[in-house]
Design a protein around this ligand. Structure first.
Ligand code: X5A
Ligand code: ZN
Length: 636
């Protein structure tokens, strides 16, 4: 019996998810540039690609990736997202004179053409499609395409914002057509709104588009009303477009993570995509002359890590913006290193999001409440606030104008930040302690440290273990699913909106994961929790699997499968998708919300609504009074 069961390790290894990370890049895409003077376009330079690729080589990351060749996109592929007229017009650009190119360019916003850009644009799409094929056929698990020109601003019949064709929109159509894919998630973490992607899928419930972007109450480019939080999608696609406007510059790591925990991840888990695209623009990182945000390059390791738990790990990252060459190169490395599976760096000094970010979070959550199973907001969200934002617009526009000016000054002053320290993966990834006569699973080492062995094998007692670990390592995060989460939807809600934010803010040095007998949590959910929590403590995780009876009783099918899921997710295998989640039970929802409210006074990352707005709706202010307060705050 024992040997038959142990043979199963091999069987599981065979059916296990594909491994490897693709890197799709070709120097040819550096061979076009701005040929005239245009302050709006001068930041989009060929070096953006070369510095990113060189950094990947210097960090030894490029050689660890599977190098996938690029190709040109066909007309049919371009037409998946563009009109014939537009394609035919762009086709003429390689033969145009400089003057003709300038005139052609002028009909679009913030973009430039070059005799070789049409060629590069076809390669950028082709590179993205090669990445999709590599991931979907199982040649690799995930990957990144380093491309120029970027894509997310380009529309059906228009170039825009340095973009000629919409690489990711075409790839999403392509993936749905070529492979049996029902749901695609596009996460656009570029600092600009990818309005081209929004327009492409606005009425399509099979593609969920998420974007955060510098907005400043419509004061920032592309200055669209449609970029605000209330553009939730149209008709059948209502609820499948998520816009998070940043109304102030200087957003930090905590603001980005807050939006992931309280907006994107709960919706993404409920949606359950079959494939994830990232519109990976790094102008949302510190030092960027466009974004003026303060999130550091290592945050992209965490954003990537959190997204890897979706769609069974099938993730395609495609470069969009990013104009500070130092910040760009570092951020690309953080992203690729996380795709490769190295533990994410420690995230110190996290706290609650700023007031402006909280307002945005509350607005998005209330706009999407009709479509997704959010916990009821703390207070009835303010139609008041929306009115207020409109009334404020005059004042705000001036305000943002001023900030824009300050921002430009800051750029000249040059922002500085620390280069992320190199991330070292320990030589042994996962050790397993099992009774001596049982074979350890593939790809694991048997625990060698006698301390660990004693802890696991002899005590087998959670209470005792806790004390021991606490004594030896000083930092412990104890993870207990809150009482009452009786279904997987409720459990995941608790993990995403309570456990993760709290754990990230606590910043443990070790994660201890205890699974008692009869925990009621299913195997796939355990795999999810195990994967997600590995973003903490540099991946240092101690999983304790308690089984009934003596250690030898582990030889029953159920425990064996559970052990398999545990060890696979500890090794970094993608957790299996849980499938679309329904709404948690109302009583679980209430219990979680009460807990969240109680804890948010101590843990800022648990907040999901603005201070002022909570006060406002509690005390039923008159609109005039609110206006006064806001004006006072602004003056103060
Ligand atoms: C891809 C991207 C930005 C265009 C900014 C124009 N485009 N002001 O980041
Ligand atoms: Zn951008």
């Amino acid at each position: 019996c024992s040997s038959m069961l142990m043979g199963l390790w091999g069987y599981f290894w065979l059916i296990a998810m594909s491994s490897g990370t693709a890197l799709v890049y070709d120097e040819e895409m550096t061979r076009y540039k701005l040929l005239w003077v245009d302050p709006a376009c001068k930041i989009e330079v060929p070096e953006r690609l070369t510095v990113s690729h060189t950094a990947l080589q210097e960090e030894g990351l490029a050689e660890r990736c599977v190098s996938v060749p690029i190709r040109q996109a066909t007309d049919a592929e371009i037409l998946l997202a563009h009109s014939v007229e537009y394609l035919e017009a762009v086709k003429k650009t390689p033969h145009m004179s400089l003057d003709e190119l300038r005139t052609f360019t002028q009909q679009y916003g913030d973009v430039y053409f070059h005799p070789n850009i049409y060629h590069c644009a076809k390669l950028a799409i082709g590179a993205t499609l090669q990445l999709v094929d590599s991931v979907m056929t199982g040649k690799v698990r995930n990957g990144m395409a380093l491309v120029r020109p970027p894509g997310h601003h380009s529309q059906r019949s228009a170039a825009n914002g340095f973009c000629v064709f919409n690489n990711v929109a075409i790839a999403a159509h392509y993936a749905k057509k070529q492979y049996d894919i029902k749901r695609v998630l596009i996460v656009d973490w570029d600092v600009h709104h990818g309005q081209g992607v929004q327009f492409a899928f606005e009425d399509d419930p099979s593609v969920l588009y998420f974007s955060w972007h510098r907005y400043e109450h419509q004061g920032f480019w592309p200055n669209l009303r449609e970029s605000d939080y209330d553009s939730v999608g149209k008709e059948k696609g209502a609820g499948f477009n998520i816009n998070v406007p940043w109304n102030k510059v200087g957003m930090e790591n905590s603001d980005y993570l807050s939006v992931f925990f309280h907006v994107l991840l709960p919706i993404a888990y409920e949606f359950s995509p079959d494939l994830v695209f990232v519109c990976a623009g790094f102008d949302s990182a510190i030092g960027d002359p466009e974004g003026h945000m303060c999130a550091t390059p290592d945050i992209f390791a965490h954003l990537t890590h959190l997204l890897k738990s979706l769609a069974g790990g099938k993730l395609c990252a495609v470069l969009e913006g990013g104009y500070n060459l130092t910040s760009l190169a570092q951020s690309v490395c953080q992203t690729v290193q996380t795709l490769l599976g190295d533990p994410a760096p420690q995230t110190s000094e996290l706290n609650g999001p700023c007031e402006s970010a909280l307002e945005s979070i509350q607005c998005v959550r209330s706009a999407h409440k009709p479509y997704w199973a959010f916990a009821p907001p703390v207070s009835e969200p303010s139609t008041k606030r929306c009115k207020l934002a409109e009334k404020e617009e005059g004042v705000q526009a001036e305000g943002s104008q001023k900030e824009e000016g300050d921002g430009q000054k800051a750029e000249e002053e040059e922002v500085v930040w620390m280069k992320p320290p190199s991330r070292l993966a320990p030589p042994v990834h996962t050790e397993v302690a099992l009774p001596a006569d049982l074979e350890v699973p593939d790809r694991c080492d048997r625990v060698r440290s006698s301390l660990m062995y004693v802890m696991f094998y002899l005590t087998f007692n959670a209470q005792h273990l806790l004390c021991t670990v606490y004594y030896y390592s000083q930092c412990v995060c104890v993870c207990v699913p809150p009482q009452g989460c009786s279904d997987v939807a409720g459990l995941m809600q608790a993990v995403l909106c309570l456990l993760l934010p709290l754990a990230y803010e606590y910043d443990p040095g070790l994660v201890l994961l205890v699974r008692g007998p009869g925990s009621g949590v299913g195997k796939a959910a355990w795999a999810q929790i195990t994967s997600l929590l590995q973003g903490l403590a540099q991946g240092h995780t101690l999983a304790l699997l308690q089984v009934r009876g003596t250690p030898r009783d582990i030889l029953n099918y159920d425990d064996f499968f559970l052990l398999y899921f545990f060890h696979a997710s500890l090794l970094g295998d993608p957790a299996p998708s849980l499938g679309p989640l329904g709404a948690p039970l109302p009583e679980d929802m209430e219990a979680m919300e009460r807990l969240r409210q109680r804890l948010q006074t101590h843990w800022g990352l648990l907040q999901n609504a603005g201070e002022q707005m909570i006060k406002a709706s509690k005390e039923t202010y008159s609109v005039t009074q609110m206006d006064n307060n806001i004006l006072e705050n602004q003056n103060g």
